[in-house]
Design a protein around this ligand. Sequence first.
Ligand code: S3P
Length: 433
Amino acid sequence: MPTAAEERIVRPARNILGSLRLPGDKSISHRYAMLAAFAEGTSHITNFSTGADCASTLDCMAALGARISRTNENAVEISGVAGHVTPSDQPLDCGNSGSTMRMLSGLLTPQQGSFTLTGDASLSRRPMERIRKPLEAMGAKLTLTEGHAPLRIEGSPLRHIDFTTPVPSAQVKTCILLAGLQTAGTTTVREALRTRDHSELALRAFGATLTRSIDSVSITGPQALHAVDAAVPGDISSAAFFLCAAAIFPGSGLVLDSLGLNPTRATLLDVLTALGAHIAVLNLEEKNAELVGTVQITSPPQGLGSTEVSGPLAAQLIDELPVLAAIAPYTSGGIRIRDAKELRVKESDRISLVVNNLRAMGAEVAEFEDGLDVPGGQTLHGATIDSGDDHRIAMAFSIAALRAQGETLIQGAESAAISFPEFFDLLDLIAER
Ligand code: S3P
């Protein structure tokens, strides 16, 4: 139910029932857009993310010379620049999107010309040193503003490196690989924890050769990319909100079709199973090396149990942790989250916002520098939620609101459109009231 433009009331639900097909994955859409725009030829991408973040990537790539048209709402035709972008005298506006800024920096540093990358207030607070270090080691000329955006690049040929990422980050890994793609010699990225591998899979789909070991990926440049026709799998991080909603209603039943099930992204299914939800995966197939399938979830009559998310699990589930924490009061034994300090430097400080909003709803919760403990067996009441204009916080607390007593007002609800503009409409479809 919309109220003022930026607020939305979410009423409690009786159950979650339905069957949906979700818009395309944000991470994969960013990569397909960037690679198609850089490749030679014309790519056709269907089920492209409808989120504002991926529109930021498309706008930047168009400003850099790619010809881009959205043939219908979710299909995009992209004619690439065949390896040579056109320098833009206007700043490239990455909006709210860390993926756009970090990955595009890697693509642009070996190009000819000067580039300025800007972002909104949230993106301008996020750490960019993590890309400056490896890019400077490659010889790139990159200037930050006190460790942040705006970011200025003077393009020049680079040298290959062998780099170990200090913090697991698929964006940083991708940044280095996109620079390595254009650099003579073999560039290697090593990571202690394996992060999402969409870039590796997408680079191969666009014709590049990479070699991978258990903890590293190498690319020998320079290599050319070639256009593809590809469908983007449904976004499992968007699905997470509805899967968690279904999980907290005994007797629920939800089917999500054509969902991306890349193993580096699907850890939530294991965690929900550990909590007691019944999950079945059907119709599994591979599309451009990405796994896609149908997920069915039902919740057990006795409700959810308890679990801990720490170590490598925390890194793999980083985007899903806000909604897991938001449903934790409705489990019987609670959820303990650790090793998730990265949550503090996302679109907002997600640990702090989750803790404050759970408390606003009357929950008991303990905050730690790298996580939180949420006891189970709690009853929450409706409250005013400060989303901090962070899409995942707005959506996570809309899910918590479904089992609260009374209505919940989500402030900054429009931020859901960063990744999932259809969120509130689809939630109304599956929430029985
Ligand atoms: C993303 C990687 C993750 C994730 C973000 C999308 C990507 O960030 O949180 O939403 O598409 O590569 P980090 O690379 O900072 O871990």
